[in-house]
Design a binder for this molecule. Structure first.
Ligand SMILES: NC(=O)c1ccc[n+]([C@@H]2O[C@H](COP(=O)([O-])OP(=O)(O)OC[C@H]3O[C@@H](n4cnc5c(N)ncnc54)[C@H](OP(=O)(O)O)[C@@H]3O)[C@@H](O)[C@H]2O)c1
Length: 377
């Protein structure tokens, strides 16, 4: 199957390398015919082009692989590829979480596949395992560490007792955090991945902007010390659960017990767990990012398409998030009315009574410097 690759950065160049290496060893069922790049100075081989029409209008190209990132023009290019009857594989969670409902419908109408393994959990085969579990079970819930940048910062703060800003600078210097880290540290990256996991686990399309999100921007050494004293680590978790037709999901820093599933997940690794009836709890862990691990996941999707793997089609329903679920939280730097406080930790920190996500948002949104951490029941 001939492939058009969009983007030749960290992930795209990894995809090109894996496929070219496979072809060098033996005649693989995939071959990259054209590579879309942005700048003239990236046109280093004959396959490269700066014109998307060289891929979309080429009848020999049956599969388009999008590794450009960002919403536009990635969304328009994917839309055009699907409309032209080409299969699409993407690693782009932001684009797919934002336009998933429309793009999956377009893929269905045109009888082509739209796969997105690498967009959640990088190299971890999370989507593939969800597909396998769902051949037998319904997924009851999932939760996980979906973001390597924040896990790196939290792990190092925990191990070394340092402050957030210091660890962010180190994460940036190692290439684990972007120059503008807002999507990661404010939890939006995990919201995109949580939305896509809801799609794969429950066939629910949820607008990532509807997911209640709290990030780790304001975490301090003091919060880590509180966690340590009480036998916990702090991890940023994305969660989803569907029960009796009601969808609950959230992104929130949580106190997790030391010795539990998530506390020992190190540095930039990811770990995601699911619960289903006959399999019970299953945990998937590995490299959530990086050129070759992520490209590996992209190429697995490409091989599934090229070899005609039996990938079940599910009909997707737009769902809204139920905000009535109650959580107990540790809140620092926010004035919380006394009726919502169950315990005063110190002058600027309280533990709340169980509060709905809606109430919690009302109390904490727009409060500068606030830190919210879920206390697991
Ligand atoms: N990096 C990871 O470990 C990882 C893991 C999982 C998922 N992902 C996802 O994979 C996607 C790609 O990430 P990445 O890390 O590979 O990003 P990247 O290194 O910035 O690569 C993206 C490439 O696409 C190019 N590009 C952007 N707009 C283009 C256009 N209009 N035409 C042609 N080329 C264009 C960029 O060129 P310029 O640099 O010139 O703009 C860049 O070379 C993102 O959606 C990301 O979220 C990444």
């Amino acid at each position: 199957m001939q492939v058009g690759l969009l983007g030749h950065g960290v992930v795209g160049s990894g995809v090109r390398r894996i496929i070219d290496d496979m072809n060098a060893k033996k005649n693989a069922c995939l071959c990259i015919k054209r590579i879309l790049v942005k700048d003239e100075n990236e046109m280093v081989e004959d396959r490269m082009t700066r014109n998307i029409d060289d891929i979309i209008l080429d009848q020999d190209i049956q599969l388009v692989v999008e590794c450009m990132g960002g919403k536009e023009p990635a969304h328009t290019f994917v839309e055009r590829a699907l409309e032209s009857g080409k299969h699409v594989v993407t690693s782009n969670k932001k684009m797919l979480a934002s336009y998933g409902d429309e793009l999956f419908e377009l893929a269905r109408k045109n009888g082509v596949k739209l796969l997105y393994e690498a967009s959640v959990g990088g190299g971890i085969p999370w989507m593939a395992e969800l597909r396998r579990i769902r051949r037998i079970d319904d997924i009851e819930c999932f939760e996980g560490i979906f973001n390597g940048t924040t896990n790196y910062i939290l792990s190092r703060m925990d191990a070394e007792g340092c402050e957030f800003d210091e660890m962010l600078v180190q994460a940036q210097s190692l290439g684990y955090a972007e120059r503008d880290p807002s999507d990661d540290i404010d939890g939006y990256d995990v919201a995109y991945k949580t939305a896509l996991s809801c799609l794969a686990a429950f066939d629910c399309y949820v607008d990532p902007q509807e997911i209640p999100v709290w990030g780790i921007r304001n975490i301090t050494k003091k919060d880590m010390e509180y966690a340590n004293e009480h036998g916990f680590s702090i991890k940023l978790l994305g969660k989803g659960e569907k029960k009796d037709g009601i969808l609950q999901c959230s992104v929130m820093p949580c106190f997790v017990p030391r010795g539990g599933t998530f506390a020992s997940v190190p540095l930039n690794y990811n770990a995601i767990s699911s619960v289903s009836e006959t399999l019970g709890k299953a945990v998937f862990t590995g490299q959530g990012a990086g050129s070759l691990p992520t490209a590996h996941a992209v190429v697995q999707d490409m091989l599934d398409i090229a070899t005609g793997a039996d990938i079940a089609e599910h009909s997707i329903t737009a769902c809204s998030v139920d905000e009535s679920t109650e959580v107990t939280c540790y809140i620092r730097n926010c004035s919380i009315p006394v009726q919502y406080v169950s315990e005063k930790v110190d002058a600027d920190t309280v533990i709340t009574v169980p509060l709905s996500y809606a109430k919690l948002k009302e109390l904490t949104d727009n409060t500068r410097g606030v830190m919210v951490i879920e206390v697991k029941k």
